[in-house]
Design a binder for this molecule. Sequence first.
Ligand code: GLN
Length: 251
Amino acid sequence: MSLESATRIALIYPELLGTYGDGGNATVLAQRLRWRGLPVEVVGVPAGEPVPGGCDIYLLGGGEDEPQVLAAEGLRRNSAIAQAVAQGAVVLAVCAGYQVIGTSFPAGEGQVHDGLGLVDVETRRSFDPPDHPVPPRAVGDIVVEPAPELALPLLLGYENHGGRTRRLPGGHGRPLGLVRKGIGNGTPERTDGIVDGHVIGTYLHGPVLAQNPALADLLLSWVHGRLPELAGPPETEVLRQARLHALDVHA
Ligand code: GLN
């Protein structure tokens, strides 16, 4: 098959947004395409390089506060991702990446930094009045019951973030799902993430697509339409069930 027909997966700024291993999401998507005999090209986009247009899937991972600001500044220099999204490209943005694709996020003492505004969410240390203490960092396992229309099994992962994220009033999109264990967006509705068209933001590390292959296949179906089922690897389901059992979460 020609390279032109390969699915192009852009892994954005792995040096800045790679702290939590989310680059594994590119590996999972690529492998699930190869297992189906479909050609794939993973396009690493080093920090400082322009983001290429014309990719099918854009992946942004988690990172620490300062690298996250650098990533947002780099990404705001061109509108390649926004243009690709307008043409139907898929985006999966995790934690810092999720905060960056929103409208704004915290950046140091009382400062707020502009995001890309790809999705209608905003992130702060806390949404409580100033006399409330800032909530503790959300660290640990997270289990999310996906929105029913996604037709996915429970989503498993881990989270590690200080930010709390809420949807803008009247904004587009819906939460990725309801938090059954953990913090997620950290708002009273107990939701995690956002889905708006083919753009997903979430707090789940794992990498999320390794722990949740059905979510990987949902993203691939947005590019390719319905794909043939994949049998393996069976270990994934064994490990998923073991985690759910250990966390006392039932499907
Ligand atoms: N720096 C962000 C926060 O602490 C994101 C952390 C992450 O990506 N895990 O909220």
